[in-house]
Design a protein around this ligand. Structure first.
Ligand SMILES: [Zn+2]
Length: 165
């Protein structure tokens, strides 16, 4: 597995709330209110919009319930596809899920530059593959390019807003 920029690694691939297979947000932060002597605390609950509880093969019946993402992945760290399965339409869909999840996680993302960078990066990597160079089209690297660009532009805009006020 190649190394990716730390932002992408942290917010997406290593994050327990983002599915590594389809980039949907599979867990959401919830707050458990304070009661008695227990202080309020936040925890991750499954995102009911994107996941379902299904039966999975297990040793005993009681252990067989698991949380599945709408894409079919059981764990946020599972990946079912390979880069060869990701055509342009599929890439668009992955990108859409990624940007939506990042926003729902509270990251400031400039959508337009993020999408433009990711698509250009993916396109470029595919061209190289079409030219029989046989480089692996690194979908993660293209998405990481987009995410990074989106974060940077949003950051710059926030800075510009702060100085003009
Ligand atoms: Zn998924």
């Amino acid at each position: 597995m190649p190394e990716h920029p730390s932002e992408y690694q942290e917010h997406v691939l290593n994050a327990p709330d983002v599915c590594s297979n389809c980039f949907r947000l599979v867990r959401v932060e919830r707050e458990r209110p304070a009661s008695g002597f227990r202080p309020a605390e936040t925890f991750y609950a499954r995102n009911q919009a994107t996941t379902s509880v299904e039966h999975a093969p297990a040793d005993t019946v009681s252990e067989s319930e698991a949380v599945f993402c709408a894409c079919g992945a059981e764990s946020a760290f599972d990946r079912i596809w390979s880069w060869r399965d990701v055509n342009r339409e599929r890439f668009h869909e992955l990108l859409k899920h990624l940007l939506r999840s990042a926003e729902r996680k509270g990251l400031s993302i400039a959508r337009q530059p993020a999408a433009a960078h990711a698509l250009a990066s993916h396109e470029q990597r595919h061209e190289r593959d079409d030219a029989q160079v046989r480089v692996e089209c690194d979908v993660d690297a293209a998405l990481a390019d987009g995410l990074l660009a989106g974060l940077r532009v949003a950051n710059v805009r926030a800075g510009a807003d702060a100085t003009t006020v």
